[in-house]
Design a protein around this ligand. Sequence first.
Ligand SMILES: Cc1cc2nc3c(=O)[nH]c(=O)nc-3n(C[C@H](O)[C@H](O)[C@H](O)COP(=O)(O)OP(=O)(O)OC[C@H]3O[C@@H](n4cnc5c(N)ncnc54)[C@H](O)[C@@H]3O)c2cc1C
Length: 438
Amino acid sequence: MDIKRLPKDDKTNGWSAILPQRTPHACVQGDVTADWLVLGGGYAGLAAARRLATNFPDQKIVLIEAGRAGENASGRNSGFGIDLPHNVGSSLDELEGSHRFMRLARMALDHLEDVVTTHKIDCDWKRAGKYHTAVSERGTRDVLDPFRKELEALAEPYEWFEGDALLSKLGSPHFNAAVYTPHCVLMNPAALTRGLADTMPENVTVYEDSPVTQAGFQNGVQMTTPHGTVRAPKMIMAANGFSEQFGFNQRKFLHLIAHASLTRPLTKDERTAYGVSQSWGLTPVNAFAGITMRYTDDHRILIRQGLDYRPNQRIGAHENAAIRARHQALFNDRFPKLRGVEMEHTWSGFVCLSRNGAPAFGQLAPNVWNTTCQNAVGVTKGTFGGILAADMATGRDNPLHADMLSLGEPDILPPRPFLDIGVRARFKWELFSNRHEA
Ligand SMILES: Cc1cc2nc3c(=O)[nH]c(=O)nc-3n(C[C@H](O)[C@H](O)[C@H](O)COP(=O)(O)OP(=O)(O)OC[C@H]3O[C@@H](n4cnc5c(N)ncnc54)[C@H](O)[C@@H]3O)c2cc1C
């Protein structure tokens, strides 16, 4: 089959622009055979390849990536390794669901931390925790208060911040209150993704700049790229939203585009005026109306704002300037003392969601396993999905499989154009009904 839609790198990712130059892995050349093929070099594919290599040290694993590790969705995200569900819920079932997610997410963070530490991956990895923030009293009452009670029911540690105490942590008068939870990881996601790709076990070969343009699933799998073909008896599909192009996961995915900007580093005088010395990360109580932000170790501020429906998985060349201007205005509004600090990088990336928030995981065909659709929490969900897909494919028992399967399967979506009309209307409603959180 021909693969009609390929990922495109518009070379705007700010997280990689601030890193040193990197030499990519070679592309596929000629005929390559392997015992296992992993398609996709994001968190899911990188975790799956590493785990296959550990499970079978004598077998040959090949990972194929269309572009470069660190330039994809995984390297473009906001760099939060999330360990808690965004919505906990208070029923016994919901609390048990939260415990399951936390076991999976914390396994993924421990795994990543182990790789980062063992291979000394320089990605500013830090268990910094995060602030879940409400802008309005209504957001505080309707979301933060219940969230705090749910954390208590889960016996999870947290701190409540408001007023001057919150101002001293974030340096912005914009917020009404926040719940700080301590276990979230913050990092440079492009440095992490590159580092994971560059420190694979010896029996993994990573091929970059190798878009698969044709795929065959008879007698094993055959993936054809512009300069060569890889054949293997078995494969793990980790191409996220692009897995649809291979005939899998049809009518299960919603493709969104998310936008982010990084300022230049603050000068010494600006840091003094700002008055906050510790780096931090914050998430909004409403992901549509609110803004995710970070203050990084190298004294930049990240703004992640704007989620749009983008079924064609394409970014328009004209969009970047308008997004940067919008992010600049939002930054000026939130940090009046830092007026004059410009956005240095603005980029966008694709997020793959399912209607019910479930991952696409498990066996797709006799020789193909799936770990796609991370529902915007890809650092942890992609990593545990990749590890568990590799264990499932190799018949290795893992006590966390039950937790993974309990996350369910993506619901089937209505056909287009009804889907498009419904999603666009829902987005407008979310923005309107949560405008107090902007
Ligand atoms: C702006 C933004 C902010 C975000 N913030 C966060 C955050 O803070 N924390 C968090 O956990 N998540 C966040 N996310 C979501 C997270 O980035 C994704 O969920 C995650 O990267 C998905 O990982 P993945 O490995 O499944 O897919 P991807 O990273 O998309 O990897 C799939 C890979 O498959 C490759 N591929 C596709 N088709 C082909 C082909 N034909 N041939 C070869 N290769 C192919 C692609 O090039 C790609 O590299 C954010 C996303 C965005 C865009």
